[in-house]
Design a protein around this ligand. Structure first.
Ligand SMILES: *[C@@H]1O[C@H](CO)[C@@H](O)[C@H](O)[C@H]1NC(C)=O
Ligand SMILES: *[C@@H]1O[C@H](CO)[C@@H](O)[C@H](O)[C@H]1NC(C)=O
Ligand SMILES: *[C@@H]1O[C@H](CO)[C@@H](O)[C@H](O)[C@H]1NC(C)=O
Ligand SMILES: *[C@@H]1O[C@H](CO)[C@@H](O)[C@H](O)[C@H]1NC(C)=O
Ligand SMILES: *[C@@H]1O[C@H](CO)[C@@H](O)[C@H](O)[C@H]1NC(C)=O
Ligand SMILES: *[C@@H]1O[C@H](CO)[C@@H](O)[C@H](O)[C@H]1NC(C)=O
Ligand SMILES: *[C@@H]1O[C@H](CO)[C@@H](O)[C@H](O)[C@H]1NC(C)=O
Ligand SMILES: *[C@@H]1O[C@H](CO)[C@@H](O)[C@H](O)[C@H]1NC(C)=O
Ligand SMILES: *[C@@H]1O[C@H](CO)[C@@H](O)[C@H](O)[C@H]1NC(C)=O
Ligand SMILES: *[C@@H]1O[C@H](CO)[C@@H](O)[C@H](O)[C@H]1NC(C)=O
Ligand SMILES: *[C@@H]1O[C@H](CO)[C@@H](O)[C@H](O)[C@H]1NC(C)=O
Ligand SMILES: *[C@@H]1O[C@H](CO)[C@@H](O)[C@H](O)[C@H]1NC(C)=O
Length: 707
């Protein structure tokens, strides 16, 4: 008997479920008609370090609010105080996206989210969501090393920084890029939400819903501990966050045996370094033109200029080129390389390092000026002082020959944020940082979405085809070519090369133009295509040759194997082309060469002509990738103060949509009726199953053939 009652109630519940399911199927088809999905949106995501969480997130089921376009101070009052339909979803123009407005939103319970229209109209004179003192706690200056220079006490490098990227918002913030999407929103807003003669608009109203729920909370320590625990006890661990990671790219003028780690006898290298990455308030939206691209392009052009001379008249010392990833997040790439050098896990060690020249921001040379920055603390060591003095004198005389105004800086000023600082933390290495700023950055859009081609004044005359733009030598290309010539000659001289060869080293403005075009405007161009493997040039969702510039945000390694759209891959293959030699190996030989000790092998597409799509061939080059992940994760020191602890939260979906909502009362009524129906049916179920004895007593004698 018990059994039969159960069966009856189970069937009743089944029926209910089927009914609910049917309702939901029909409701989702209704949904399709009403909702407009916004496609080209970019979220702000949550990042965590040892002690904090920063960024943005929505609730699990997305945050919804009545749309309000912020166009004036009056609107702000409406949103924060008087408007009758909170919470509001704010759509704002660039002009309002600043610290004071965003903090007022953050502190108001009447705001459920923000969408920023990223455009150049109404862009302020300056905008940097970064801090005023980038990488404040992980550079070389501290209580024990030049305490008077620590915390940017002497020079605030980024005085325009408003710190917005380091705030923690409890609501979602999205960027809207596509003009047409913005039009959809505006139209919906204007048709339904505009105030008429100052009075509140009537239902139905246009609303927006943003989904960006983040799995990780609090800080990296909490998140990684949880992950480690799960890893230990669960077969299917649920990972909440991933360490930021990618790869450094390095190469040298004389190949180094990459299979032999640690100290290399008779090897002395001059390091030429620059950074590979940038960031902004929004995820994967970091053009980093002056902040990063100016340095990458300069160093690549210098590599190109040095190549023939270092082959014909090799200088006594090796020149070691390196591009560091993740420097924006507390020097991930450089701290990892130094860490590996210290532990004999890198191809050279610190004893092999003779000196270092780093290229900082060099794209905005006002009055054609450049400055050499050095570290006043290590200069108290006389041998370092001698070497740095020699280096600056050499560069000075090379610059004079090139009519570049290059100045040495006052010895009381600390180094700007730079990878060199991570080397100096370990030992006094003679080094200089070349930059276009004397004190604080002249970049007014540091680490923001507006540090783009326009900020570097890279633009093209109208009516040029993509292939013509690719080789068009802008003023900026010519200017950076000069800097690259200075860098190349200085490196050759620093490596002990002979004076008489210096004039044979000149950077090609055309190469610089191509690099600028590829890194700032369009990575899918004929030159980059010829340098990459044939398979990546095929179209596809995950193609690294999607439209637009490469990705400069470091990202998280493990989720996508290797850097996909990342700048790393491009720099790797460009370096292979610039420092390598074509071989006659076949594709299979190229993928499995006899020895990889000295060289890497790259199967590349080759330049295409008018008729053919290029003949692929194998390039042999001393170019390597080296993992760029903070040593804090290898050491499982998630609360580390010495190494970067930045992780990125995982999430399930990032979506945005616009739709109409009926009045709140109506919604409540619908909800109330729904709940009432549910309760009623539950009661009926309970009643039927508890009184089954009576209700189905007649069935007692009949066998249960119906089941
Ligand atoms: C977004 O894409 C979907 C499908 O591709 C399309 O139906 C929709 O109209 C697009 N949304 C907008 C605002 O263009
Ligand atoms: C983590 O980031 C926050 C926000 O920028 C900062 O205040 C804090 O000092 C950082 N913690 C560490 C250990 O660097
Ligand atoms: C925007 O819409 C216009 C006309 O409606 C169309 O020509 C244009 O290609 C669209 N732009 C994008 C990026 O979809
Ligand atoms: C707004 O007010 C003006 C003047 O009072 C009136 O002429 C106009 O019809 C009103 N508009 C609407 C939409 O009510
Ligand atoms: C590179 O180093 C490894 C390990 O020391 C050694 O076995 C190999 O022969 C070296 N290769 C070359 C080309 O010197
Ligand atoms: C100066 O630095 C070098 C390494 O560059 C080191 O060997 C030497 O001991 C230092 N001298 C002093 C006085 O600290
Ligand atoms: C160097 O800086 C100090 C302190 O800021 C200043 O007194 C001195 O005049 C400066 N020297 C030069 C050459 O600019
Ligand atoms: C930008 O480039 C244009 C043309 O190349 C030039 O006329 C203009 O002076 C440049 N502006 C700056 C600020 O360099
Ligand atoms: C890159 O550009 C070429 C030529 O414009 C085009 O044929 C190709 O489909 C593009 N590749 C991708 C992945 O979009
Ligand atoms: C480098 O690229 C250029 C242009 O695509 C090509 O002509 C040259 O053969 C390449 N060199 C190597 C070593 O790959
Ligand atoms: C490749 O070139 C080398 C000499 O440079 C030659 O010995 C070898 O036979 C060539 N291999 C092929 C497959 O052509
Ligand atoms: C391309 O093909 C056309 C005819 O098919 C031929 O006349 C022309 O010479 C070819 N051009 C090249 C660069 O091979």
């Amino acid at each position: 008997m018990r059994k039969m009652e159960d069966l009856i109630s189970i069937n009743y519940v089944k029926l209910l479920i089927i009914a609910l399911f049917y309702t939901c199927v029909s409701c989702s088809s209704v949904e399709k008609k009403i909702y407009v999905e916004l496609n080209d949106t970019v979220p702000c995501v949550r990042l965590l370090n040892a002690t904090h969480q920063i960024g943005c997130q929505s609730s699990m089921s997305g945050d919804t609010g009545v749309l309000h376009v912020l166009e004036s101070e009056e609107d702000l009052d409406w949103i924060l105080n008087t408007g009758p339909h909170p919470p509001y979803m704010i759509v704002m123009e660039t002009a309002f996206f600043n610290r004071s407005v965003m903090l007022r939103m953050k502190n108001s319970s009447r705001v459920s989210g923000v969408a920023v229209i990223v455009s150049k109209t109404g862009l302020a004179e300056n905008f940097s969501p970064h801090t005023t003192c980038p990488n404040q706690n992980t550079g070389v200056y501290s209580a024990s090393y030049g305490p008077e220079l620590a915390n940017c006490n002497v020079t605030a490098w980024n005085p325009l920084g408003n710190g917005l990227s380091y705030e923690d918002f409890s609501f979602p913030v999205f960027a809207l890029k596509d003009e047409n999407q913005t039009q959809v929103i505006r139209k919906c807003y204007e048709e339904h939400n505009l105030r008429v003669n100052g009075s509140a608009p009537q239902y139905p109203l246009c609303a927006m819903q943003l989904f960006s729920h983040m799995h990780a909370v609090t800080d990296t320590v909490t998140c990684m501990r949880r992950t480690d625990l799960q890893n230990r006890f669960s077969i299917n661990p649920e990972v909440m966050c991933d360490p930021l990671s990618d790869f450094n790219v390095w190469s040298s003028t004389r190949p180094l045996n990459n299979s032999a780690k640690g100290h290399k006898a008779n090897e002395s290298v001059v390091i030429a370094a620059t950074r590979l990455d940038g960031r902004s308030f929004f995820w994967e939206e970091a053009p980093a033109a002056e902040g990063t691209v100016s340095g990458i392009v300069t160093l690549l052009a210098a590599v190109h200029a040095l190549q023939p001379v270092t082959q014909q008249a090799p200088p006594p010392r090796n020149i070691f080129f390196t591009f560091f990833q993740g420097e924006a997040f507390d020097y991930i790439g450089s701290s990892k390389m130094v860490y590996d050098m210290e532990r004999n896990e890198f191809v050279i060690d610190l004893d092999n390092v003779h000196s270092m020249l780093e290229i900082g921001q060099v794209g905005l040379r006002s009055g054609r000026n450049l400055w050499m920055h050095s570290d006043p603390v290590s200069l108290t060591n006389s041998s370092v002082m001698d070497e740095v003095t020699k280096m600056t004198d050499n560069m000075q005389s090379i610059a004079d020959g090139l009519h570049i105004s290059l100045a040495k800086l006052n010895v009381t000023q600390p180094l700007p944020p730079s990878s060199l600082q991570r080397f100096l933390r370990v030992r006094p290495i003679p080094g200089l940082v070349l930059a276009d700023h004397q004190t604080s950055f002249i970049n007014r859009y540091y680490e923001s979405v507006y540090d783009d081609a326009e900020n570097l004044n890279v633009s093209y005359p109208p009516n040029l085809s993509p292939d013509e733009q690719l080789v068009f030598e802008t003023e900026e290309a010519k200017s950076l070519a000069e800097v690259a010539t200075l860098v190349a000659r200085s490196l050759y001289k620093q490596a002990g090369g002979e004076e008489r060869n210096l004039n044979n080293i000149t950077a090609d403005p055309r190469i610089v133009a191509q690099l600028l075009y590829g890194f700032l405007i369009q990575k899918n161009n004929s030159w980059f295509r010829s340098l990459l493997p044939p398979e990546v040039t095929k179209k596809g969702a995950n193609s690294i040759l999607s439209s637009g510039p490469p990705q400069f945000y470091i990202g998280v390694g493990p989720r996508n194997i290797g850097p996909v759209h990342s700048v790393t891959r491009f720099v790797q293959y460009i370096m292979a082309n610039l420092t390598g030699a074509a071989t006659n190996l076949t594709e299979t030989q190229c993928q499995n060469p006899e020895s990889k000790d000295l060289f890497s092998y790259f199967w590349v597409s080759g330049p295409s002509s008018v008729n053919s799509s290029g003949e692929p061939f194998c390039v042999r080059a001393p170019v390597r990738l080296a993992k760029a992940v903070s040593p804090a994760f290898e050491r499982m020191e998630y609360g580390s103060r010495d190494y970067s602890t930045w992780t990125e939260s995982r999430w399930k979906s990032i979506r945005a949509r616009v739709f109409l909502v009926a009045s709140r009362e109506l919604e409540m009524l619908t909800l109330g009726v729904g709940v009432a129906v549910l309760l009623l049916s539950l009661m009926v179920t309970y009643f039927i199953s508890s009184k089954a004895d009576l209700l189905f007593s007649s069935a007692r004698e009949t066998p249960t053939t119906t089941y």
